[in-house]
Design a protein. Structure first.
Length: 332
């Protein structure tokens, strides 16, 4: 797929990709009501080859959304329920001895395309960290052997906001491995009426006849296409300024910056860069704009800004800070 002299890729391929994404979303909507933002974030993460952390109360279709995406894309899916008594081997797998076969390896549930790490904050840190190598390196070590993971590979981790006892907060180093953090809320009243009519708790997924829209090679091609979306030097500078504002808010007059204990890491700049390309692709554009960067900035930054004690006491949210940063940082 050649890049044109203007630095932009074939607009026809962009339009075809947008249509495919629209068809995929329509299939998911057969089951999932509302939650368009979450749906877009998951698809964007798939285009970026990244991972997503979703926070929200129980029962808002976090699991259903992931299962529906897996069916629409024809990929393998496994759900891992995190509990306080889990061991790392419950995720990665074990090496065991069979008297007839000798030492054999039993691969864990992480060996699949789409992994739903449900309620990840209920498991102890050692178990949480067992996902790190898989998420970052796309490989898993069991005993003295290292195994590659399937492609594509997407981790959707969920955590409930109402949990207070028996939970282990994810450390900043692990949070940084997630490309996006999304906060899902309750549906609107009109959406909840539609949920009642669909009644997914009674009907199985087969009842809704979700059709496979994507093939593995389609996802790979879309990922390659996303990488070739053009990003100008001006937009690159804008990305760097936004991230710099999380570290030096006083330079940009960001008053809520006084609540920041630690700004975003360089992974934030990389994340905004590749996510901006994916957002442009999903919008049908051959190049990324500052508006695309603003659209994805909250998802990239909200888990990478660490609040100080004063911010936590004042119940300041990262979203409030990001909103002010976007209003204060100039494009040029």
């Amino acid at each position: 797929m050649a890049v044109q002299a203007s630095g932009q890729i074939d607009a026809m391929k962009i339009r075809a990709c947008k249509e495919t994404i629209t068809h995929t979303k329509n299939e998911i909507k057969k089951v999932v009501v509302g939650q368009d933002e979450a749906m877009d974030t998951l698809i964007r993460a798939l285009l970026c080859n990244g991972h997503v952390l979703i926070e929200g109360v129980p029962g808002i279709a976090k699991t259903l959304l992931m299962i529906s995406l897996a069916q629409a894309s024809g990929e393998n899916f496994k759900r891992i329920q995190f509990t306080p008594d889990m061991l790392p081997s419950d995720i990665t797998g074990i090496k065991t001895y069979d008297p007839k076969k000798g030492f054999t390896t039993i691969k864990g549930p992480v060996f699949t395309n789409f992994v739903l790490a449900d309620e990840i904050n209920r498991a102890p840190p050692k178990v949480q960290s067992s996902l790190l190598e898989a998420m970052q390196e796309r490989k898993v070590t069991i005993g003295d052997e290292t195994f590659g993971l399937p492609d594509p590979f997407l981790v959707l981790a969920t955590q409930n906001t109402i949990e207070s006892l028996g939970v282990y907060d994810l450390p900043a180093a692990q949070l940084d491995r997630f490309l996006f953090k999304l906060v899902m809320g309750h549906p609107s009243m009109e959406e909840e009426k539609l949920i009642l009519k669909k009644n997914i708790t009674v009907h199985s997924l087969e009842y809704f006849n979700i059709k496979q829209v994507l093939k593995p090679k389609d996802i790979t091609e879309m990922q390659k296409l996303s990488q070739q979306v053009y990003v100008s030097a001006q937009v690159e500078e804008y990305i760097v300024r936004i991230v710099d504002a999380t570290r030096h808010p006083e330079k940009y007059g960001v008053e809520s910056g006084k609540y920041i204990d630690e700004g975003a890491s360089p992974r934030a700049s990389i994340g905004m860069y590749i996510a901006g390309k994916a957002q442009a692709l999903m919008s049908g554009n051959t190049f990324a704009t500052p508006e695309h960067i603003r659209d994805i900035a909250p998802d990239v930054l909200r888990h990478r800004i660490i609040l100080n004690y004063e911010g936590q006491a004042e119940e300041i949210t990262q979203d409030q800070i990001v909103k002010e940063i976007l209003s204060k940082v100039p494009v040029a």
